[in-house]
Write a protein that binds this ligand. Structure first.
Ligand SMILES: CC(C)(COP(=O)(O)OP(=O)(O)OC[C@H]1O[C@@H](n2cnc3c(N)ncnc32)[C@H](O)[C@@H]1OP(=O)(O)O)[C@@H](O)C(=O)NCCC(=O)NCCS
Length: 232
């Protein structure tokens, strides 16, 4: 454990946790066994981080990633009263709001922004630079592709897949700033649905379980099936 961290007197850190230099640990924080906080991580008051979670891991490819990784990162910031599950892996440059639940074995790639009161359940993953706004709920084993924007009060069921490379390229990719999935405020995505690259789901729209969404969905409409079409 490093001595130059800033730690509230009421915070508890298990003996096996590894706290990097210059971390800031707020009031009543609980950090369980084998947690690793990379240098500079900030943990807000009342947050509890369960066994084995890794916070601030820098991304590192093995020369074969299609997305060029930034050279510099900022330390992770976790808000107040959050719960971070066992073995969760939160990469560098993530900012997490207050009252957020990150489930066991969930993983957030670098550069994501997570709002307040978000649920990101067990085994969920994001790719890099995803935005998830306040009160969104994303259930177990869902994958959120890079640069996706998920607005307030969106519900995403279990095992949903979002995609961003239509041609499934091995070298290079067609993924760009413009190729972004957006889930607008209050929409609901049923379990097991797959969203193809670039689709926008309108406000308060509903996507049925198991659907394959190939094009934009109008606000307040209900689509289902493969390909998903309006029904009801
Ligand atoms: C899409 C959904 C909301 C529709 O509910 P609904 O409006 O009550 O629809 P109904 O059950 O009355 O079914 C209407 C029709 O749509 C069909 N249908 C319903 N859900 C469907 C789906 N997911 N995919 C394809 N067709 C579907 C029904 O077979 C029925 O067809 P019919 O008129 O030919 O008989 C619901 O079926 C659904 O998929 N909910 C998501 C559940 C979920 O994943 N929850 C996450 C919790 S973990």
């Amino acid at each position: 454990m490093q001595s130059n961290m800033e730690k509230s007197e009421t915070a508890y850190i298990a003996a096996t946790a590894q706290i990097g230099e210059d971390c800031v640990i707020g009031k009543d924080v609980v950090i369980h066994h084998n947690v690793i906080l990379y240098p500079g991580t900030k943990v807000g008051a009342g947050t509890e981080i369960f066994d084995g979670a890794v916070i601030g891991r820098p991304p590192k490819g093995a020369g074969n990633l299609v997305h060029e990784i930034e050279k510099t990162f900022i330390p992770v910031e976790i808000g107040e009263s959050c719960v971070i599950g066992c073995n969760a892996v939160i990469y560098a440059s993530n900012k997490i709001g207050d009252n957020v639940l990150i489930g066991d074995c969930a993983s957030l790639r670098e550069g994501c922004e997570i709002g307040n009161n978000v649920v990101f359940s067990r085994l969920c993953t994001t790719n890099h630079h995803v935005v998830i706004k306040n009160d969104a709920k994303i259930l177990d084993a869902t994958h959120i592709t890079s640069r996706t924007i998920i607005e307030e009060e969106v519900f995403v069921g279990t095992g949903v897949n979002t995609t961003n490379d239509n041609r499934m390229t091995i070298r290079g990719s067609e993924v760009g700033e413009a190729n972004v999935i957006v889930l607008k405020r209050g929409c609901k995505i049923g379990s097991g649905a797959t969203l193809l690259p670039n689709v926008k789901i309108g406000e308060y729209a509903i996507v049925g379980a198991g659907s394959v969404v190939t094009k934009n969905v109008e606000e307040k409409s209900k689509v289902m099936g493969a390909p998903a079409i309006i029904k009801g």
